[in-house]
Design a protein around this ligand. Structure first.
Ligand SMILES: [Zn+2]
Length: 388
């Protein structure tokens, strides 16, 4: 009993007000719960634990993991693969980076499955019921409604204002069948659309894997960063495929010229990214510029599209989506290069809100916008194979 009282006294004297404040603070309490540990009373870096390992500060990192000096803490450094994998379910400064793109990957996987089951395939003669495609996107406006009950419904929908979506009665559809275009029942090839979806999924998966596992070793970091760069390149290159292929469907010279040029550009970018110097922190803007230039070269076929098809609503609508996509990607590149907001308050955005997380969100927004453009291209070319 006496020894218990002595022990209680000893423990009582070790509790300071600063410790109490730290424990009752909602932020520190939540962070501690998620991390499975607590920070030392003096706020010393290196006391955080995750998956049985210490999280360390920026200064304790080997050079290959030093990418952003404004993120000060919560780093994993040279962890075994198993612990690095398990750390997907713990909180450190890469957790949000891993999950933003992993969730994005599953969203695009769902979109791909949805499109494969709802969007009529090129071998289909009779299209799927109206509205099914809209379920893939939540968008019930005119472009996706082109996929009507049959070619007649497609033709009827095409005659309506673009903000009007109607359900076409079977009788009306049958009556309108005589008016349906000669291309009804023929579907344009789908490979450029699915190539884009695969490019987006590859990019998101490689990025997620890179953020999760590159803390393992210098060699793993080198390989995974190359796969990450290849993923970004793949996303950019395959983004061109629906735009170029469907716009210039009936002009094989420009179609093949643009497809060939962007594919060669992408292969060159992957080759350049293999150079070890490519990942030097001081070349952050050079990396951003290379990918931005590759994406910006999309202006050429887009302007060409407007010159040739500027009067077509599909050309205007897809250009609107492409401008929105470009705005998302541009904002992402600026945030990535400038490293804001953590530059303004170093250490305050280590876990939540630093520039790379914002960059990831903007990439997903841009990719999702382009998915909608892809649907419009499909509906355009299903309706109108080769007339202007
Ligand atoms: Zn990333």
């Amino acid at each position: 009993m006496a020894s218990t009282v002595t022990l209680l006294k000893r423990r009582t004297t070790t509790i300071r007000m600063s410790d109490v404040a730290a424990v009752v603070s909602p932020t520190s309490t939540m962070t501690s719960l998620l991390l499975g540990g607590t920070k030392g009373a003096g706020g010393d870096v290196g006391k955080q634990r995750c998956c049985g390992h210490d999280l360390v500060g920026y200064d304790a990192l080997p050079d290959f993991l030093k990418h952003n000096e404004f993120v000060l803490d919560y780093y994993r450094s040279e962890w075994p693969i198993k612990q690095a994998l398990l750390s997907a379910f713990a909180l450190h400064n890469e957790t949000i980076n891993v999950w933003t793109h992993l969730i994005g990957f599953f969203v695009f996987l769902a979109l791909t499955v949805c499109a494969a089951t709802m969007v009529p395939m090129e071998t289909s003669v009779v299209a799927t019921p109206a509205g099914h495609l809209a379920n893939c996107t939540g968008n019930h406006t005119a472009p996706t409604a082109y996929y009507g009950t049959n070619g007649a419904a497609v033709a009827m929908q095409a005659l309506l204002p673009h903000n009007v979506s109607v359900s076409v009665e079977p009788e009306l559809a049958a009556a309108a069948a005589a008016l349906s275009s000669s291309s009804a029942g023929h579907m344009v090839t789908r490979w450029p659309f699915y190539a884009y979806l695969c490019g987006a999924m590859f990019c998101l998966l490689m990025s997620s894997g890179c953020h999760l596992l590159s803390c393992h070793s210098e060699h793993a970091c080198y390989v995974l960063l190359r796969l990450d760069y290849a993923g970004i390149t793949g996303l950019i290159v395959t983004s061109f495929y629906p735009l170029v292929y469907y716009t210039f469907l009936c002009d094989p010279f420009y179609r093949d010229l643009y497809l060939g040029a962007i594919t060669v550009f992408g292969a060159a970018a992957v080759a350049v990214s293999m150079l070890p110097v490519f990942e030097a922190p001081e070349l952050r803007w050079a990396r951003a510029a290379l990918f931005a230039c590759m994406a910006a070269s999309g202006l050429v076929p887009i302007v060409h599209k407007l010159l040739v098809f500027g009067a077509r609503p599909e050309a205007v609508l897809t250009t609107g989506y492409e401008v929105a996509m470009g705005a998302f990607y541009l904002a992402g590149v600026v945030v990535y290069g400038a490293r804001v907001p953590e530059r303004w308050l170093p250490g305050k955005f280590d876990l939540f809100g630093h520039s790379h997380q914002l960059f990831h969100a903007l990439v997903i927004a841009g990719a999702y916008t382009h998915y909608h453009a892809g649907l419009v291209y499909l509906s355009w070319r299903d309706m109108d194979m080769c007339s202007r």
